[in-house]
Write a protein that binds this ligand. Structure first.
Ligand SMILES: *Cc1c(COP(=O)(O)O)cnc(C)c1O
Length: 393
């Protein structure tokens, strides 16, 4: 991140770091020592840029919504990450890390996935770059996410069911880490959000920062000013928000707004609003906010959207929250569904349920008519059709 947010390597204020078991030291150390140098090479930059342009379809449009602007009395733009290949922002990071792995001499990728979106992005990147791909996924999630499991398999990935615990994301994470420890020589582990031990939050934020880089150029062209008054994004681990905020960090003008998933409500125990109900601790190798009970046990998160259903949050967001450089709100399942319905009917865009959480903040904000507002539309809603048919038809 920029100088104002990364205080010392791997830390955002007191958050971040690499709190890992000794068995992982070598793996993480190799990555820490190499990632910045490789990412900075012209060869990496050239290949990454070309892939983002010709394969992913970037730059994604910055679309001015007449209808939302009229309704909420501000100038509302949508950053169309839903138009990326594979349907969301996740491909930006998956491709960047697969390329990084290749330049580090790795032939194999391991990843874990919950809803399967990250798994599909990783399997896609691996196919493209000729890397072999192993994805761990909880057995329960495999049953719930059949279409994404089929996609990964079709793309040539080996999907291995995790059979321990609740057979969901955290069990798949444990299995993926164990696999990485045992295959350190030829394998890179691709984390899908700005979470995990240093250097992952920094790597993922850098690869997603293309979002705000493009917003600046596009806004300048469309309004004459590169800096909006607001940038709004949903926050699970926080990667699409980190990408949308990145080049506005430190701006005196731009207010950065994150939408966490409140689930059934922040006092319901059925929630994933980590900053609202969580406290500081260590999760997946980083010091940050997490949802935990009095004994420090991580509590089970809940959100209608699988991509926001995470009991932690990236250390960058913990830091932006604590220093009030960004403001975070909680959005319930119902509010997100209503916002999705509105976007579908006003603009003809079916958003991912995750992204709908960002749109649900529109009625909660107090805009001036001159305000320029950018909402990051992180993904499309194809994967959520079943939920939409059940709740908003
Ligand atoms: C996975 C996902 C998210 C949540 O992840 P972040 O790291 O918080 O961005 C948000 N939107 C979409 C469409 C996703 O697939």
């Amino acid at each position: 991140m920029k100088s104002n947010s990364q205080s010392k390597p791997g830390y955002y204020g007191k958050f971040g770091g690499a709190y890992i078991p000794e068995l992982l030291f070598n793996n993480v150390d190799e990555l820490q020592k190499n990632y910045e140098r490789i990412i900075r090479t012209t060869e990496f930059q050239k290949q990454f840029k070309t892939l983002l342009k010709d394969y992913v379809g970037r730059p994604t449009p910055l679309y001015f919504s007449d209808a939302l602007s009229a309704k909420y009395k501000a100038k509302i733009f949508l950053k169309r990450e839903d138009l990326n290949h594979t349907g969301a922002h996740k491909i930006n990071n998956a491709l960047g890390q697969a390329l990084l792995a290749k330049m580090m001499g790795k032939q194999k990728i391991v990843a874990e996935t919950g809803a399967g979106q990250h798994g599909v992005a990783v399997a896609t990147a691996c196919t493209l770059l000729g890397l072999s791909c192993v994805v761990f996924m909880g057995e329960t999630d495999i049953a719930r996410q059949a279409p994404n499991v089929a996609r990964m398999k079709m793309l040539g990935a080996t999907v291995i069911p995790s059979l321990s615990g609740t057979k969901t994301l955290k069990d798949a994470t444990n299995d993926a880490i164990r696999y990485w420890i045992n295959h350190a020589d030829d394998t890179h582990y691709i984390i899908g959000s700005v979470v995990g031990p240093h250097p992952y939050p920094d790597i993922v934020a850098k690869f997603q920062s293309v979002i705000s880089k493009e917003i600046k150029i596009q806004l300048k062209k469309q309004t004459g000013d590169a800096e909006p008054d607001y940038v709004i994004a949903c926050v699970g681990g926080g990667s699409n928000a980190a990408g949308a905020f990145y080049h506005f960090l430190g701006s005196k003008k731009t207010k950065l707004i994150g939408a966490e998933a409140a689930g059934m409500g922040i006092h319901s125990h059925e929630t994933a609003a980590t900053l609202m109900v969580g406290s500081v601790g260590i999760i997946h190798g980083a010091k940050t906010y997490l949802m935990q009970n009095k004994d420090g046990q991580i509590t089970e998160p809940y959100s209608i959207s699988a991509g926001l259903d995470y009991p932690g949050i990236g250390p960058l967001h913990a830091y932006l929250h604590e220093t009030k450089q960004a403001t975070y709100y909680a959005v319930t399942d119902r509010e997100a569904l209503d916002a999705a319905k509105e976007l579908i009917h006003l603009d003809g865009i079916i958003p991912a349920l995750e992204s709908a959480h960002a749109f649900a903040l529109l009625p909660k904000m107090k805009f001036k008519p001159s305000d320029v507002v950018v909402i990051n539309l992180s993904g499309r809603g194809d994967k959520d059709m079943e939920t939409y048919l059940k709740f908003i038809l």
